[in-house]
Design a protein around this ligand. Structure first.
Ligand code: NAD
Length: 506
């Protein structure tokens, strides 16, 4: 156990969920779940054993036999009840999330809410799981499709949205008729587990949802498991690439939503006050730990004179524990994450960028042990510097300049990541040009974090995504189902017989 951690008198253990029961792991390997604002140990999470992963998958495989035949309406009613339970427990869920993850309480409610929207969508998924029918594709022959569940599916989730991202996964998989094994982030599994308890309370039957905890070994066991049909992963590019390759080799359907470097392109005709507010919120909110954080500003033409205004905006943000009212920027997830971000800031200085605002080691009275970094701004940033080439995942905004919109588009398209981007302008023509020419999966126009609602899907692209289909919305229905195409002919007494036919035809 890390010496810095102050241990609460009774440290609870996080349970596995196997076959409808919350059970204590038999493992000898445990990890602390730590409050990033105080270093208090909130719980201990097990690194599940191979046998426990096998038991979770076996339970899901058994449950699939009956769950796949459950009526659409029965499944829908469980998710209708589930969304109600999440609403009723919103404050409790947000408090758990802030304690283990660090983000502010209002932002934690946003995290839960964006997941809740997927649960609402899951309740109505029958509308999207319809097959197609073509009448008379040949004389007396109809062709139609069935969108059938795959079987046991698995989800592996990151620390930064411990409510929303698990809810991107298991409700969609289960509502479409699959059973599920979830592997939450080992850094903040507590709010995920509370959401899982509420899911059981809503009526998800034994074995339909299982949870195993752990890190690399458990993830590899999931990738390799012969009885898991599909894996949905959200996390870093390095781990996601490994999960994609290893799971694909084992014959699974895989989707990996991964790291990012999101550029916000600012034209001088943009509404200045709105743009500066949006930029500061999207760069520093959640301490920059969002995969859609607008961490890179590209100031075009005369907008290059806005650097001072952006820095002034960043200075107005209050750094404090997420539980304190009025906080804008909470701690980053761990001491290791703080050290990593601080080292990247140091590299920016060494590599010649101009440190306009240094947020390292801010004073946060009452929370001296917290993993805090205040808003940090660099200008004069260029490709080739580590602060541009790497995802910082902290409250650090890097500013680049471009002479024209064409130059800005070329810069964004040359970056390997394709998660999100935004343009700020009052010109419809410029916005439309950007939307057409930018090679990034999610585009905001005067909106800095364009995460689509579940009527659509999350559509990151290029190095930010492996696999074709997104994690929620219509694309998730395709991901979690197998299309079976049936071609049928029924004979009646009048159907003439033409004898044996050895040519290809219907
Ligand atoms: P991470 O990749 O470290 O962890 C993600 C999951 O992988 C966790 O469950 C973890 O236990 C597991 N894992 C960690 N190391 C592993 C290893 N060596 N082998 C196998 N499994 C391993 O990511 P994180 O730090 O929890 O989350 C932050 C990252 O996630 C950022 O890069 C962020 O951009 C990305 N992210 C992407 C999206 C998106 O939709 N594109 C959304 C949220 C977060």
């Amino acid at each position: 156990m890390n010496e810095m951690h102050r241990v609460a008198t009774e440290v609870a253990t996080v349970k596995l969920l196997i076959d409808g029961e919350f059970v204590e792991s038999t493992t000898t390997q445990w990890r602390d779940v730590v409050n990033p604002a105080t270093q208090v140990v909130l719980a201990r999470v097990p690194m599940a054993t191979r046998e426990e992963v096998d038991a979770a998958v076996a339970s899901a495989a058994q449950a699939f036999k009956s769950w796949r035949k459950t009526a659409i309406g029965t499944r829908a009613r469980i998710f209708l009840k589930y969304q109600q339970l999440i609403r009723e427990h919103m404050s409790e869920l947000a408090a758990i999330l802030t304690a283990e993850q660090g983000k502010t309480l209002p932002d934690a409610e946003g995290d839960v809410f964006r997941g809740l929207e997927v649960v609402e969508h899951a309740a109505a998924i029958g509308n999207l799981q319809l097959g197609e029918l073509a009448n008379n594709v040949a004389g007396g022959v109809d062709t139609y499709t069935l969108l059938q569940p795959l079987g046991v599916c698995a989800g592996i989730t990151p620390f930064n949205f411990p409510a929303m991202i698990p809810l991107w996964m298991f409700p969609m998989a289960i509502a479409t008729g699959n059973t599920f094994v979830l592997k939450p982030s080992e850094q903040d599994p507590l709010v995920t587990m509370r959401l899982v308890e509420l899911a059981l309370q809503a009526g998800i039957p034994k074995g339909v949802l299982n949870v195993v905890h752990g890190g690399e070994d458990v993830v590899n066991a999931i990738c390799d498991h012969a009885d898991i049909r599909a894996v949905s992963f959200v996390g870093s590019t390095k781990v996601g690439t490994h999960v994609y390759q290893r799971s694909s080799l084992a014959g699974k359907r895989v989707q990996c939503m991964m790291g990012a470097k999101n550029h916000a392109v600012v034209l001088a005709d943009a509404n200045k006050e709105q743009t500066l507010n949006a930029m500061a919120g999207a760069a520093f909110g959640a301490a920059g730990q969002r995969c859609m954080a607008a961490s890179t500003a590209v100031l075009v033409g005369e907008a290059r004179h806005w650097i001072g205004d952006l820095v002034a905006k960043a200075k107005t943000l209050k750094v404090n524990a997420g539980t304190e009212p009025g906080t804008d920027v909470g701690p980053v997830i761990s001491c290791a994450a703080r050290e990593r971000v601080e080292a990247l800031i140091a590299s920016g200085v060494e590599q010649g960028a101009k440190l306009e605002l240094d947020g390292r080691k801010p004073s946060v009275p009452g929370y001296e042990q917290g993993n805090f970094i205040g808003p940090t701004v660099f200008s004069g940033v260029k490709p080739g510097m580590r602060i541009y080439d790497e995802e910082i995942f902290g409250p650090v905004l890097v500013i680049l300049e471009a002479d024209t919109l064409d130059d800005a588009i070329a810069l964004v398209n040359a970056n390997p990541n394709g998660n999100g981007t935004a343009i700020f302008t009052q010109s419809g023509a410029a916005a439309r040009k950007f939307q057409e020419e930018i090679d990034v999966g999610q585009v905001g126009i005067n909106l800095p974090i364009p995460v689509p609602v579940p009527l659509f899907s999350f559509t990151g692209s290029r190095a930010s995504k492996l696999g074709d289909l997104g994690p929620y919305g219509k694309q998730a229905v395709m991901f979690y189902t197998q299309t079976k195409t049936v071609t049928a002919r029924w004979f009646d007494e009048e159907t003439p017989s033409h004898g044996v036919n050895t040519t290809i035809s219907l």
